[in-house]
Design a protein around this ligand. Structure first.
Ligand code: PNS
Length: 173
């Protein structure tokens, strides 16, 4: 049984993340999309919202024989991978600029859990500049992000924004 975790913040899930999930499907029997619960960050979506969103989107993927699940976790990625009996941690590399940070994380995770390998997968070129932060920034400032995030994510971002606007308007009355 080859089990991997695909850890990340996923705030929100982008088509770049989906591309990495699709590429990792033939390599593993089970992949756990592991959503980090980081209390230090102020996310656009709560960890619960992110998990539900990903759970709703994953069925759109033809997963073949690979079992895809979503879980949140706190603390160290290496500890979570060990706890789940995973043999690999999947991470996406978009460009050379990602590599240094990813290498440091992979080496640290290997030091923490020598049995668990990090597997780097190259994202499709069309997503090489796509990040959750860039998507949030562009969308919040009125830019278009279609084709770069799943439609459901775009819809939920729109709802978040209008909710936020209503909250601000009510405060200013
Ligand atoms: O989507 P991101 O924000 O690039 O994901 C980064 C993530 C969640 C993989 C990384 O921040 C992480 O592993 N955090 C958990 C804490 C941890 O294990 N830190 C040491 C990493 S060597």
């Amino acid at each position: 049984m080859r089990r991997a975790i695909f850890p990340g913040s996923f705030d929100p899930l982008t088509n770049g993340h989906l591309d990495i999930i699709k590429r990792s499907l033939p390599l593993f029997d089970e992949i756990i999309v592991a959503v980090l619960n980081n209390p230090d960050k102020k996310p656009m979506f709560s960890v619960e919202e992110r998990c539900v969103l990903i759970e709703e989107i994953l069925p759109q993927i033809k997963n073949g024989k690979c079992f895809l699940t979503v879980e949140s976790f706190s603390g160290l990625t290496a500890d979570f991978a060990k706890q789940k009996n995973a043999s690999a941690i999947v991470r996406g590399i978009r460009a050379v600029s990602d590599y240094e940070y990813e290498l440091r994380m992979a080496l640290m995770n290997r030091r923490l859990e020598p049995e668990i390998e990090t597997v780097f997968l190259m994202a499709a070129e069309e997503y090489s500049y796509v990040s959750s932060n860039l998507m949030k920034q562009v969308f919040t400032l009125g830019g278009r992000v279609e084709g770069l995030v799943p439609e459901l994510v775009e819809q939920k971002m729109r709802e978040k924004l209008s909710h936020e606007q209503t909250r601000k308007d009510t405060k200013n009355v």
